[in-house]
Ligand binder design. Sequence first.
Ligand code: DIR
Ligand code: MN
Ligand code: MN
Ligand code: MN
Length: 318
Amino acid sequence: QSLGIIGVPFAKGQGKQGVELAPDLLRQSNLRQVLQSSHDGLVIRDYGNLQYAVDETLLQQQRVHYHHIRNYADFMACNRALIEQVKIMLQQNSQFLAIGGDHAIGFGSVAGHLQHTPNLSLVWIDAHADINLHSTSQSGNIHGMPVSFLLEQLRTTWQHACLDEIAPNCLPKDQLVYIGLRDIDPYEAFILNKFGIRYYAMDTIDRVGVPKIIEMTLDALNPQNKIHVSFDIDALDSNVAPSTGTAVRGGLTLREGISIVEALRDTKRVQGVDLVEINPKLGNERDVRTTVDSGLEILKSMFGYRRSGHWSNIDTGI
Ligand code: DIR
Ligand code: MN
Ligand code: MN
Ligand code: MN
């Protein structure tokens, strides 16, 4: 088994500087060693940080339609490059990990994954639904919109974005499950309910518990499909993930987060993962440490670590 890692230091999907520092900070925090020790025989290839150039013509042409979105051209340029990068990583590895940056990169990461593997299921673990349209966004921040670029049923709302060209494969709404939501905009709630999208918000999680949420999630997804897990660190409670741009209290505990990713990993169908929205410029040194450690714990479990222990057949004489 092999894992390709790409850093995507994109921060223009929201207003705060600092998320672009997360890929290198995770590397400095022994990302490679942590993943390596969690999974015997995992081959890790680090592809560095994504590079892209902004197309000025695109900026001119599409800006007229999407002028109220901040940094639309940067978003498209980054995600176009990311789509190609994900395809390359999946040709060369059995799994990939994209480290953000903000959650705007969820578009390119999933879109690239869909081009390699059209039969895909998506689990979006987040405090937010990130499903705004350009016409419904109150903030203009494109990290609140990536899911709307991916869904078959919302394609027509991005008619000027040339999605058929850059991201021809899309996701049917029944292969998307959200976990951890607790800050949904009114129009987002409208979209989720209009299309009958499955979302397990924190109130449902409190009512039925994480094991049931896991069961319902796995029941909903096509068992033949590969799985993409897009993990926004703000899904976790702000006491374990304080250094993030839009922290919301009352989130998943670290143990709940670990339980969820363990269950997904145990399907052996997880092929692509994002970890986004860690912002080392927010909070004090201790907050940053806590947030990075939580991110590493999530990734460790995602890629193989078992809390119940690992053993091999060493002759110990007992
Ligand atoms: C809000 C906040 N729904 C927006 N979104 C996110 O700006 O569209 N915060 N994603 O992380
Ligand atoms: Mn998000
Ligand atoms: Mn976000
Ligand atoms: Mn979020």
